[in-house]
Design a protein around this ligand. Structure first.
Ligand SMILES: [Zn+2]
Length: 467
């Protein structure tokens, strides 16, 4: 195995050597559940789902921990605006995120811890930091607890910043509580009307950075393999996570992988822009599997600038692949995925998860497969279809997998198949008696009902019209 990834911390591609042979532990910063997800949020889920599937294909037992931030200023503000409890907002949006991940075929994480369920672990981590001289409670008794940036010489190493050029952390009600403006809040003292938990330093609630350090090491151990997240999290969130955990004596993440952002018209997704790209709306434009293809096709570290045209192109590209698999099965019968993916495909994914190059290999096989379909050779068709299915499975895009084939496999599909067969027999009969007007009328009626008929050398075939 020669897996390698671009490590943000090292600023270069590094060979991947897991801490424990045969295993890979992966922590992914999940959602702050103040609103339902747009596709920018879910891109990270899709990118890291492919990473997880590839590590699994390479024989590693993957433990994926993806957190949910269920307490935060933004959640409290939304709840206040609606006049409902903070946990009602968090529950509702967590369900929306789960539904979106499921819709896009992301495998569920091994564990999905919520911040508010891990207050004891956070208190313990603060205790360790205070005992080691890396954190302090605010002197005014507000209940705030801060990380002492000056006590940790490596601060800034992950985001490649010099500590003396850093801006202050804007996370306090009163800067006088801090020894240094760059110090960041581990814990936020209770404010009237807000949820709070008891600690030895007063009542308050978790800071965002602290929860990820506490939850990742609880589930993955003091040191783990890969920490993932969006590129916008490198600073301050991940810089603060690594400072907290290393200062407390944990080895923490060995590799840092960051996915690029999804922009619109070159701008970072704002809430108003994002509202037009919510998942339920997107899967009315294209099928979920096509949306997954769209989000997966670019390299995970590149920027995706959203456009309807690019989405439509991605859907068409996926349909070419799907069309080959469908026709191959019609010609040769059931085809199981090959046990191994082709070497160039594997080499592309081994090299910092090069999905775009891997897809080029996939499309090459589809072209060969289509040639085989016109030139006969059932064995060759079956071989190529098996390889294509194996590659698609690794990307979570196999149209015949349980995730995506449910609709096609339902009883309803068989009923439609029988009805269309009756109509096509009548069309053939009309053609046989040279009544082309009647034959065309049948085809048009089928089209109006959403069934596209295509005449092939092997006879007519049909599929449901898309979009
Ligand atoms: Zn995090």
């Amino acid at each position: 195995m020669s897996l390698r990834f671009y490590d943000t911390s090292a600023r270069q591609v590094r060979d991947f050597t897991p801490l424990r042979e045969g295993c890979a532990s992966l922590y992914l910063c999940g959602a702050t559940v103040q609103a339902p997800p747009h596709i920018g949020h879910i891109r990270s889920g899709v990118n890291f789902d492919i990473l997880r599937r590839w590590l699994t294909y390479r024989g590693l037992r993957v433990t994926l921990c993806r957190n949910v931030t269920d307490i935060d200023d933004k959640i409290i503000n939304v709840a206040r605006g609606e006049g409902v409890a903070w946990w009602e907002v968090a529950e509702r949006n967590q369900r929306a995120f789960t539904a979106a991940y499921d819709t896009l075929g992301c495998l569920p994480p091994t564990v999905e811890p919520r911040a508010t369920g891990h207050v004891p672990e956070m208190i313990e981590l603060m205790r360790r930091l205070i005992d080691r001289g890396h954190a302090y409670p605010a002197a005014d008794g507000s209940g705030d607890v801060y990380f002492d940036v000056a006590s940790y010489p490596d601060y800034g190493a992950l985001s490649n910043q010099r500590p003396d050029q850093m801006r202050g952390a804007a996370d306090t009600d009163d800067d006088r509580r801090k020894r240094d403006p760059r110090d960041f809040a581990l814990w936020k003292g209770a404010r009237p009307g807000e949820p709070s938990w008891e600690t030895p330093w007063g009542r308050g609630r978790p800071g965002w950075h602290l929860e990820c350090s506490a939850m990742s090491t609880k589930y993955l151990g003091s040191a783990f393999d890969i920490h993932g997240g969006g590129l916008d999290l490198v600073f301050p969130h991940h810089e603060n996570e690594v400072a907290q955990s290393r200062a407390a004596g944990d080895g923490f993440a060995q590799y840092w992988l960051h996915n690029g952002l999804l922009t619109m018209g070159g701008e970072k997704m704002s809430k108003s822009l994002g509202n037009s790209l919510l998942i339920p709306d997107m899967v009315r434009k294209v099928r979920p599997v096509e949306l997954r293809y769209y989000l997966a096709q670019a390299h995970y570290r590149s920027v995706i600038d959203y456009s309807d045209d690019a989405l439509a192109e991605a859907a068409a590209a996926f349909q070419r692949v799907e069309g080959f698999v469908t026709r191959a099965v019609e010609v040769v019968g059931a085809v199981e995925p090959a046990s191994r993916v082709p070497d160039p495909f594997a080499a592309a994914l081994d090299d910092d998860l090069g999905v775009s190059q891997a897809l080029a290999v996939l499309h090459g096989h589809v072209r060969d497969g289509n040639t085989a379909l016109t030139e006969g050779g059932k064995e060759r068709i079956a071989e190529l279809a098996g390889q294509v299915r194996a590659m698609l499975a690794v990307l979570g895009l196999d149209p015949l997998s349980d995730t995506w084939a449910q609709g096609a496999d339902s009883g309803l599909s068989d009923v439609v198949d029988s009805l269309v067969a009756v109509a096509l027999e009548q069309r053939q009969a009309a053609r046989a008696r040279k009544d082309y007007a009647a034959a065309d009328a049948i085809r048009d009626q089928l089209l109006a009902a959403g069934v596209v008929v295509e005449d092939t050398p092997r006879g007519p075939r049909w599929e449901l019209r898309r979009s």
